[in-house]
Write a protein that binds this ligand. Structure first.
Ligand code: SF4
Length: 441
């Protein structure tokens, strides 16, 4: 293990942003939390604090590991203890300096802080807590902070950290306890779920406190999230989505993130993946996850043990509609909100607009376009006042052929894997004083 004690801040930043890049559980939050006006920053739900790259990953957070030193040896991780990679750690003051300086320069809207396990979980969590404490109380930073809760750390430390953060996450890593045993032998499902439960219960308690005392401190106001690695182990989409659904239901998770497995280590326990990371699978899981959270679907409706994986060619909602043609066509001028949501090409926003517009009279196809309906998909599944837009046969083969013809290139042809990097942009580092990058706090 290469541990460089004397390392300038720029080099540390280079190592520890790179080391953090495979953790995708960092998109934020929708939290609306005003600053006090005395400190720096605030958190606004609508886009100011958060911005997203085209593939849905968050780009406006400083995303770093506190340390890439780790006592654990998860097979899939570049920071595992058995890898010979340059190792370094920030100090809490260094993380504060970087966050404040980047925030002042408008490069970031907040901080995503994860970490390897240094010495033991409690020691690591204490360092994360100290960092957040300094940011909030010494630097008066009121911007968005997402921090990891380290499984195995004392509950009280996780609670104290949660009162300083906007979001916490504990990564489930792999969908089943069996896979965890094989690829992350130092972790157990029980240890991972314990802090998740703790954050859930503390959040509920905090909600009651806030109802009684409006100025009570907020605990993890943006909720908690987790991440699962897709394709490192043999679970199918049905198993993965069922796990996600159960996490939403049992632990009140705000988001489950799916991270296509990127092979960074050579290990007989890991799959070879000659076709590269399973990005299309990741994409389909995100689409299905959206259907669970916002469209009223259940996993059982989308997949089953007999049909355990998503269709490569169609998004999960089109796929569902095609295999349930008995529910169509849907009459736009009569259908309720949840029926409208099941139509391909109609989302929550357009469904709400349809309901609103219907108060003023019957809608026709041009009105649907104005409401944001994607007609090239919806047209096969709807009528307006009993009339189809074109005379079409509601029949699986015909619709499938037309849908495939009308779409752009298949997602697998357009998706590529590239982690955004602070170091791609010379302008950022060109404008940071050398003394900050070399000396640190
Ligand atoms: S705990 Fe496992 S996944 Fe996390 S940094 Fe250490 S080796 Fe990597």
């Amino acid at each position: 293990m290469q541990i460089a004690k004397e390392m300038d801040l720029y080099t540390k930043l280079n190592i520890l942003t790179d080391a953090a890049k495979y953790d995708v559980a960092c998109t934020s939050s929708g939290v609306d939390r005003k600053g006090s006006g005395k400190g720096m920053g605030n958190c606004t739900a609508a886009g100011i604090c958060h911005s997203f790259s085209a593939d849905g990953r968050c780009i406006a957070l400083l995303k770093i590991l506190f340390t890439n030193e780790c006592i654990f040896d998860c097979k899939y991780c570049m920071n595992r203890s058995s890898n010979d990679v340059p190792r370094t750690s920030f100090t809490p003051d260094e993380v504060c300096t970087l966050t404040m300086e980047f925030y002042r320069r408008n490069y970031i809207e907040g901080l995503f802080l994860s970490s390897g396990i240094l010495k033991n979980p409690g020691y690591t969590m204490e360092l994360l807590y100290q960092t957040l404490y300094k940011l909030r109380h010494e630097h008066h930073f009121e911007g968005y902070i997402h921090v990891k809760a380290i499984p195995g750390a004392p509950q009280e430390l996780i609670t104290r950290t949660g009162f300083l953060a906007d979001r916490m996450s504990v990564n489930l890593e792999l969908p089943t306890a069996d896979s965890l045993r094989k690829l992350a032998p130092h972790k157990t499902r029980k240890k991972i779920l314990a802090p998740m439960r703790q954050v859930q219960l503390q959040t509920q308690e905090n909600k009651h406190e806030l109802m009684l005392f409006r100025n009570a401190p907020q605990f993890v106001p943006a909720g908690q999230s987790t991440q699962m690695i897709i394709g490192a182990t043999p679970e199918n989409d049905y198993q993965i989505l069922s796990v996600a659904e159960s996490l939403y239901q049992k632990f009140d998770l705000k988001r489950v993130f799916y991270s296509a497995f990127v092979p960074v280590n050579e290990d007989a326990m890991l799959p070879a993946l000659p076709g590269g990371p399973p990005l299309l699978r990741e994409h389909r899981l995100y689409q299905a996850d959206w259907l669970l959270r916002f469209y009223g679907f259940q996993t059982q409706e989308l997949l089953s043990e007999k049909r355990p994986n998503f269709n490569v060619f169609l998004d999960p909602k089109c796929d569902w509609a095609l295999s349930h043609l008995e529910h169509f066509p849907v009459e736009i001028n009569r259908a309720d909100y949840y029926t409208l949501l099941r139509v391909p090409g109609i989302g929550p926003k357009s469904a709400r607009r349809i309901l609103y517009a219907r108060k003023s009279g019957s809608l026709d196809f041009p009105d649907l376009k104005k409401a944001g309906v994607v007609l090239k998909r919806a047209v096969y599944f709807i009528t307006c006042s009993g009339r189809q837009m074109y005379p079409l046969r509601i029949e699986e083969d015909t619709i499938l052929r037309n849908l495939l013809q009308s779409r752009g290139p298949a997602p697998s042809e357009t998706l590529t894997y590239r982690q955004l990097s602070l170091f791609d942009d010379d302008q950022i580092f060109g404008s940071i004083p050398d003394k900050l990058l070399q000396a640190g706090a």
